[in-house]
Design a protein around this ligand. Structure first.
Ligand SMILES: Cc1cc2nc3c(=O)[nH]c(=O)nc-3n(C[C@H](O)[C@H](O)[C@H](O)COP(=O)(O)OP(=O)(O)OC[C@H]3O[C@@H](n4cnc5c(N)ncnc54)[C@H](O)[C@@H]3O)c2cc1C
Length: 420
């Protein structure tokens, strides 16, 4: 099995928010990144990629462009030998051993699922670019199915969309996709009289628990004003191909159930032999060093990160925190390790086109100003000038032209030569 040394001695597992920023901030010191994809996904813009406001390619940043001094190994970390300081990686060309002086573990999280009948078979996730593109194509196909449906009951079923999980991902995805459907329906005159039904379900007593109550209430009001049926304090009990059963006893006829009910630490972390808590998160000290394992560091959604600014609390799984952790860790790898400390400056979220909410340094804005602040913040955070310009171009174009409603489900599945 080939055996090689990580560039600059630093091996970074995971090319998501946390891993890519550590490698980028290490600059010329160099690093080797191991990742399943060759890009970093800018998740806050994923809902806009799903709705077609942004071109999906523009919400990802190629790792080789973002981290020009890093090597990239496309593959999956499958085993770790802490004593010999090496990680085994499964690549398309076979297994390879990578040696390190410092190992950075940033494998992130996966969707948290529950043993609900039908969930694995009939629900759709919203975590990756593939999920966003799949959901967009699915939603557009529902419009075709509704247009071809034999009666009103079937038409209404196809235009009913249930989202379970009212955190950032669920709320933003629902808002963006309902805008997409509203715009697309202009081209379906036969569906003008059909009722659309958007349902947002959450077990918690309110939506967007991450943000201050006043803004959360405003978001709920905005969504309700647009006809979104918000069911808080409610859980999903069962899903089928054409129904969702809720704990309030309602059996909703639908062909679309989107599951955005939180994340859990990447289960592959268990294969690396690192100390983890009962939620599968890697245990680190205040400097992000893994407890009791020399030369190994961890950060991001898959890690239980103590924060000096919020004693007794661990960081929530957000990219804001992953980015700040990455800044601290890059400094700790270069010099004397110091504790990680970050106080959140604010929170932002969009509620579809031209509506948003933002709480920055205690100043709360909503509606169009909230949308503008949210977009400006994300544009500022997005790495690479070329990416920022592409995104601004998409936003500007969408001001003047109608939304694209092409359904490109065939992408990545070309017809085989000879098939007719
Ligand atoms: C739809 C959506 C919207 C969001 N919106 C916001 C928002 O508005 N604001 C906010 O602050 N946060 C938001 N988040 C949360 C944010 O995306 C995460 O907190 C952030 O991505 C965490 O970074 P990470 O590096 O820990 O994990 P990730 O970014 O998930 O990266 C994990 C990386 O590990 C790689 N990997 C996984 N397994 C292996 C393996 N075995 N071997 C090698 N590589 C592997 C993956 O390929 C990936 O590159 C959102 C999340 C989603 C899903």
């Amino acid at each position: 099995m080939p055996d090689r040394e990580a560039r600059g001695g630093t091996l970074v597992l995971g090319g998501g928010f946390a891993g890519s920023y550590v490698a980028r901030l290490l600059g010329k010191r160099g690093a080797t990144i191991v990742s399943l994809e060759n890009f970093m996904l800018y998740t806050p813009m994923l809902p806009e990629a799903a709705s077609g406001t942004l071109e999906p390619r523009h919400v990802v940043v190629p790792l080789r462009m973002m981290c020009p001094h890093a090597d990239l190994v496309l593959g999956r970390a499958v085993a770790h030998d802490a004593g010999r300081q090496r990680v085994q990686v499964e690549t398309g060309e076979g297994l390879v051993n990578l040696r390190y002086t410092n190992l950075v573990v940033a494998l992130g999280a996966v969707s948290r699922t529950l043993p609900i009948p039908g969930l694995a078979d009939y629900a759709r996730g919203f975590k990756s670019l593939a999920d966003a593109i799949d959901l967009r194509n699915h939603v557009l196909r529902r419009l075709e199915a509704a247009a071809a449906a034999p009666n009103e009951t079937h038409r209404e079923r196809e235009l009913t969309f249930v989202f379970v999980g009212a955190g950032y991902a669920g709320v933003e995805a629902l808002a963006e996709l309902s805008d997409l459907v509203r715009d697309a329906l202009r081209y379906y005159p036969s569906l003008r009289e059909t009722r659309q039904h958007w349902v947002l379900v959450d077990a918690a007593p309110k939506i967007l628990p991450e943000i201050p109550r006043r803004l959360g209430d405003y978001a709920a009001q905005q969504l309700a004003g647009r006809g979104v049926d918000i069911r808080v304090g409610t859980t999903l009990e069962e899903v089928g191909p054409h129904h969702a059963l809720l704990s309030d006893g309602d059996r909703i006829l639908t062909s679309t159930l989107v599951w955005t009910a939180g994340v859990r630490a990447n289960p592959h972390l268990r294969e690396l032999g690192l100390p983890i808590d009962n939620r599968g998160r890697v245990l680190v000290d205040g400097t992000l060093r893994v407890d009791g394992v020399p030369h190994v560091w961890a950060l991001g959604d898959g890690t239980r990160v103590p924060n000096e600014a919020t004693p007794g609390e661990f960081d929530p799984p957000t990219c804001q925190h992953a980015l700040r952790q990455a800044r601290r860790l890059a400094k700790n790898l270069r010099g004397e390790p110091r504790p990680y400390r970050y106080r959140m400056l604010g929170q932002v979220a969009t509620l579809g086109r031209y509506k948003g909410i933002a709480d920055v340094l205690g100043i709360r804005v909503r509606g169009f100003p909230g949308w503008f602040v949210t977009r400006t913040y994300h544009l500022y955070q997005l790495p690479l000038l070329s990416r920022k310009l592409r995104v601004v171009t998409d936003w500007t174009t969408s001001l003047f032209f109608r939304r694209d409603i092409a359904e490109l489900g065939m992408l990545g599945h070309p017809q085989r030569l000879g098939d007719v």
